[in-house]
Design a protein around this ligand. Structure first.
Ligand SMILES: *Cc1c(COP(=O)(O)O)cnc(C)c1O
Length: 384
């Protein structure tokens, strides 16, 4: 991905920064759309994976909708060309202000996660003299077999409505006349690489969808969320996820009733591989059994390794020396500020450029200013 021309340009830019390959992003969006179109599926890009203005503009101009999890994300989506009618809003703890914003801007659907939230939305909609289109976020009890911090579809998770609550929910829906049930929503987790998990999801979706139809509530929209994983081990060989197999599973297995539409909310799968965190080596420190390569990017720039022990491929862009093992760490005062242990790199020295790959998703959006560090800049392939 990085030829010497790009590396020379990187040397002129203050590190650390996020670099985005827009050619790859475009190719990924095209492939995703092409495979979804084949089956007539609808896409909502999950903004929380990456909400940089330029990336949002590119995604919205390709005609995707948006999946938001905060009021600010709804505002951001609206400001960057996503039509209100294609924005959905999920989240287990929406504030009244956020719900009023959603109701006022006429988004496609508010995905409600509890009976109490339904009552609150009804009250707010009445006060605004509006109807609220809602979807029920359902816990299908499917194990995503991913890291426990990014599993959301199990009974013990805080998200969504459990099957034993369905009767009560439908009872209330019959009397809450400001609410219009539009869809059933499922999102079971992220970085799912075992496609069999999605087959299990399809089975549960069919059971639950049939149950609702039997009760006289046929939802217009079945939304199966996001979650498709990317190959963190091989960002160059597998730069575009296997959208074809992914969508085919749902096309083969989900039984839609009448004119029901099937919607998806990919985040990571769209943006992860186009981003890299570029950093400079500050110091090499020999230690017991290892050498530390201390770089100028920290866990405040990219928290995934510290937060859920995630793997990112790390490369030295400026050395061709013989291979050695390094623990690649940041400058933040936490021992968890480590991007990789025993990473094999070409002989590394002060001043070398390091790329931490596959950081386009949940990189910049999770950054903080911990230790009062500056936020990393963003650099695009069309701008250098
Ligand atoms: C985070 C999130 C997504 C996107 O998940 P990815 O694994 O990044 O595709 C989709 N839907 C909802 C409701 C989410 O919270």
């Amino acid at each position: 991905m990085f030829n010497t021309g790009i590396t020379e340009k990187f040397r002129q830019i203050r590190t650390p920064f996020y670099y985005y390959d827009l050619g790859l992003l475009n190719a990924t969006i095209s492939r995703c759309l092409q495979e979804a179109d084949r089956h007539g599926f609808y896409l909502h890009y999950a903004l929380k994976a990456n909400s940089n203005a330029k990336i949002l503009d590119l995604i919205s101009s390709n005609g995707l909708g948006a999946d938001c999890v905060s009021g600010n994300e709804v505002s951001m989506a609206l400001a960057h060309g996503f039509p209100a009618g294609r924005i959905v809003f999920a989240g287990v703890g929406k504030t009244d202000d956020e719900l009023r914003l959603a109701l006022g801007s006429g988004i496609q659907s508010i995905n409600v996660e509890s009976l109490q939230e339904m009552e609150v939305i009804h009250g707010l909609a009445s006060a605004m003299d509006k109807k609220a289109r809602i979807s029920l976020r359902i816990i299908p009890n499917v194990d995503a077999h991913t890291h426990r911090h990014i599993t959301t579809g199990l009974e013990e998770n805080k998200f969504g409505i459990l099957p034993w609550q369905f009767d009560a929910v439908l009872d209330r829906l019959r009397s809450l006349d400001r609410l219009e049930l539009q869809g059933l929503h499922f999102h079971i987790g992220s970085q799912i690489t075992d496609l069999d998990v999605f087959k299990s999801l399809c089975d549960r979706v069919n059971e639950i969808n049939s149950w609702f139809t039997e009760q006289g509530f046929t939802a217009d929209i079945i939304n199966v969320g996001g979650g498709l994983g990317v190959d963190y081990g091989e960002p160059d060989k597998c730069s575009i996820p296997d959208f074809e197999s992914y969508f085919r599973i749902f096309s083969d297995l989900v039984e839609l009733h009448g004119r029901q539409q099937l919607h998806f909310e990919p985040g990571r799968a769209i943006v992860a591989q186009c981003g890299s965190l570029i950093s400079t080596v500050l110091f090499i420190k020999e230690a017991v059994n290892t050498s530390f390569a201390i770089i100028d990017a920290g866990m405040n720039d990219l928290i995934r390794p510290a937060l859920y022990q995630s793997y990112h491929k790390i490369q030295n862009l400026t050395s061709t020396g013989k291979k050695r093992k390094y623990d690649v760490v940041g400058p933040v005062c936490e021992s968890s500020d480590c991007f990789g242990k025993s990473v094999i790199l070409c002989e590394t020295k002060r001043g070398d450029l390091i790329a931490i790959r596959s950081t386009g998703a949940y990189g910049q959006t999770m950054a903080s200013r911990y230790n009062l560090r500056d936020l990393a800049a963003e650099v695009y392939s069309d701008g250098i």
